[in-house]
Design a protein around this ligand. Sequence first.
Ligand code: C2E
Ligand code: MG
Ligand code: MG
Length: 409
Amino acid sequence: MIPVPAEFSRESFEAGVTVIESGAPGDCAYLIESGCCEVLVPADGGLRRIDVLSRDDLFGEMALLDNLPRTATIRTLVPTVLVRIERRYVQSLLEQTDPVIQYLMRLLLYRFRSERAAASAQASAVAAPSWMQRPDRQPAFDPHAAALRTIWLARDLTQAIEGGQLELHYQPVIALHSGAVAGVEALVRWRHPTLGLVAPDEFIPLAERTRVIHRVGRWVIRRALDDWPRVRALCDAAMPPFLCINLSAPELSEPDIVEFIGGALAERALDGTELRVELTETVVIASLQSVARVAEALRAIGVGIALDDFGTGYAGLSYLQDLPFTTLKIDRSFVGRMLGAPRSLHIVKSALALAAPLGLSTVAEGIEDAAAAQLLRELGCTFGQGYLYAAPMGVTALQAWQRERGRTT
Ligand code: C2E
Ligand code: MG
Ligand code: MG
């Protein structure tokens, strides 16, 4: 039985009452609580009964998804109690779902309506809605453009690796006490042939859902380690240099992920202690079991483990006791606001205070101004990363940046 939320309004009807009329606009659906109704469609100048609905049956549901006129007339056969479901309720649920699901639902509804109209020789009554067109012909504000873009990207992502469209950019991680480059973080980008540069925040979640993440992740690891000798040469020789890579939850569940990383290091005669794997709080919470197993095994071959985006995962801190983290990265949402917002500053200070006794090094993410860098240095934060120093860039640009820096400092 479909549960009825308490706040939904109930309406009582006598027998023989038309509840909804074919062709009329609709903004709600009805659930039958008691009684029954007949479903009538226009035929031969009159109405023809095609169904009888009773308790727990839903009708008028297409209006919950679109604004098009009702396709049938519903009339009560006996005294009937109905629960009214407003479109705005369903729309708010729909808005919280994946754009592709929203798109598919509307597409299927459109097809269904077209078929019905064709069957009753009313084909012209259902015009293709504007969102059926390609996104490049859509106005910027069209909500369906996002869904279409997601679909195009999902379709093209499988070819991105073979097509050589992925790029690895590196953002320097700065030792705050000296200003020297201590290491880098590798960040993947997708140079789409028609859509341009696509950010990882957009395509990594898509890769996770379509399981392409495994191939993307392995490409990143191989490329980062291949690039590392050239990139390491740009780091300050006075400190042990490090290369950070990001891993997402499905990658951690791969049974051979540690073997793969270990093998990739060995093939290139690289030392595990130079590699740092970054895991976001969200990843840690989503897959605590596999994180613990993988993190222990990586630590055993010397690889460091950084907790990325610290403070954004809405988690308790218990996992900090159990997992072998070596670094804590304070999320840029706190770092960016700490100068103007005492509460953000308090969170940054608390994160630093938490890290110190646990023996974790600290990285402040998203440093954009010199005053923030100065304050973080005073607060004892170990490393900093942000546009103040450099945005992520390809190896050649990084080499040029380092040369330029050498000239000006
Ligand atoms: P993240 O690991 O927290 O990376 C830091 C992000 O902050 C990067 O965004 C970087 O460009 C951005 N950033 C750096 N400095 C500043 C600054 O001063 N201000 C601001 N506003 N932003 C700054 P990006 O490259 O777009 O990456 C976004 C996220 O995508 C990354 O967040 C990471 O979680 C994920 N990601 C990137 N590359 C990979 C990858 O190879 N594999 C996986 N699984 N995830 C990746
Ligand atoms: Mg990261
Ligand atoms: Mg981060």
